[in-house]
Design a binder for this molecule. Sequence first.
Ligand code: GLN
Length: 269
Amino acid sequence: MNIKQICSQASATTERFERELLLTHALNQPRAYLYSHPEKELSQTEFELFNQLLQRREQGEPIAYILGETEFYSLKFYITPAVLIPRPETELLIDYVLENFKQKKLCMWELGTGSGIISVTLARHRPDWDITATDISEEALDVAKKNAHFHKAHNIKFIKSNWYEGLDSAKADLIISNPPYVAENDTHLNELRFEPSLALISGKEGMDAIKTIIQEAKTHLKSNGWVLLEHGYDQAKWVQNSFRENQFSEIKTMDDLNHHPRMTIAKNV
Ligand code: GLN
């Protein structure tokens, strides 16, 4: 079979697009190649590889894991099943930080960095910030380090750590986290079955990680430092109360593109 025949077997536009991506992966060629070489016949090996990839996709595996990469904030990121696939709502978190934290020098920590998308993207835009990114998973840290290296983000220090473990007191100007926040019996988890539960699930109500991050934040922040958290669409009230109970001020929640309250920021004063 040739490239044109394989692509035209798709019925829907998205299906065709995905076929094209899988083909580029199987052939190890850029997408433009498919258009410049429509008559290229696939070798037996290429065809088998393409079919294996297609089968994985048909069984529901996210395309980012099959391709081993995805895009976030217009940057390419390497991805494995050890880390979450970046979500568009997290791009809003980046927008918020870039709009509101314009200082040239700043000490930022990211807790639970996963693939490193937040730290690496911010490091690209703020090369003089002093960034520390943690994760409890060694495999996730390997992915994050690879992404930092790929993007030449030299101002990030990576630490294997369970939330604040091993981090100094009164040090950070800004603590950011997109922690696991899904409840352990959430019905959506079936759709997320290919992603690491360590990065998704956090106790009965999905609040355990957020609780730890907020409760211990004051010890680690400088005065006038900030905490910015992504959270579940139904957790904003609880997160705000938790910040209030821990004597934070200027608590503010922002919506995602679907108008769900998705991230909350608070100040240490
Ligand atoms: N927003 C993700 C989802 O619901 C969850 C990400 C997370 O737990 N940090 O699919």
